[in-house]
Design a protein around this ligand. Structure first.
Ligand SMILES: Nc1ncnc2c1ncn2[C@@H]1O[C@H](COP(=O)(O)OP(=O)(O)O)[C@@H](O)[C@H]1O
Ligand SMILES: [Mg+2]
Length: 232
């Protein structure tokens, strides 16, 4: 379970998050939608404990952010706009670095398993500075999953992926969902990866504009609700 309680964040005199509270139960897959600049990435980074709110609190499981321990970080995987990859290292070396950081057991097997999932096996020993945008995105996905986190934050994960990459990511999401992982994914798509999503959260101007389950949602409903909520 992830809980954000009264989260606020300002940059200069901009209120980027305005008193947001939300609760995401274990095993739920939530999609976060909202216009550019709405505060989605800021919210994700705060919930993933890589950025601090000005006020408010994050709880993952029963632990509060203020009691953050290494053990808790190991439960979290994040794919954000920064890749957190080292360009001079190969794909393999990057994954080994993060795997060791998280004390991943059977690391060799795990590296091969995640690299296959993202379709990068042939580039395993290539330095990352030679990678295309889409390859970097694939490796970033592998990096976020190397330690089999319980809670996964994905910020626009489809960005830069080709058709095969999109389809691989959809399979990865399906796997994560069926193994009861808790997922929060920022996306701009009303279609990609939507079939596994349990809940939609619309963020607009630093606040939650809508929060609803996807069951019983008819085709076309989402687009209509979205534009109703963000138009104001
Ligand atoms: N590090 C930062 N410094 C200053 N302003 C920032 C920073 N990060 C985000 N912002 C501002 O906060 C607002 C929300 O950004 P962000 O959370 O990235 O939006 P979204 O992901 O919804 O597009 C934007 O106006 C952005 O310019
Ligand atoms: Mg963003």
């Amino acid at each position: 379970m992830i809980e954000g309680i009264n989260l606020s964040k300002t940059y200069g005199n901009r209120n980027v998050l305005r008193d947001i509270s939300l609760m995401i139960p274990k095993g739920e897959f939530t999609a976060v939608l909202g216009p550019n600049g709405a505060g989605k990435s800021t919210l994700l980074k705060i919930l993933a404990l890589i950025s601090k709110p000005d006020s408010g609190e994050v709880k993952i499981g029963k632990q509060s952010f203020v009691n953050l321990k290494g053990e808790l970080k190991r439960k979290i995987g994040i794919l954000s706009h920064s890749s957190f990859l080292y360009p001079e290292l190969t794909a393999y070396e990057n994954l080994r670095f993060y795997g060791r950081l998280y004390d991943v057991r059977h690391l060799e097997e795990q590296i091969i398993s995640v690299i296959k999932k993202v379709g990068l096996l042939l580039a395993l020993n290539e330095p990352v500075y030679t990678f295309s945008r889409g390859m970097l995105q694939r490796l970033s996905i592998a990096r976020a999953l190397i330690h089999s986190p319980e809670v996964i934050f994905l910020d626009e994960p489809f960005t830069g992926l080709d058709q095969q990459g999109i389809s691989l990511l959809q399979d990865v999401l399906k796997d994560l969902k069926s193994s009861q992982k808790t997922i929060l994914m920022v996306t701009h798509s009303f279609e990609q990866g939507m079939e596994d999503i349990d809940r939609i959260l619309i963020i607009n101007k630093g606040q939650i504009a809508a929060d609803f389950p996807t069951e019983n949602l008819q085709s076309g409903d989402l687009k209509r609700i979205y534009f109703e909520k963000v138009a104001s």
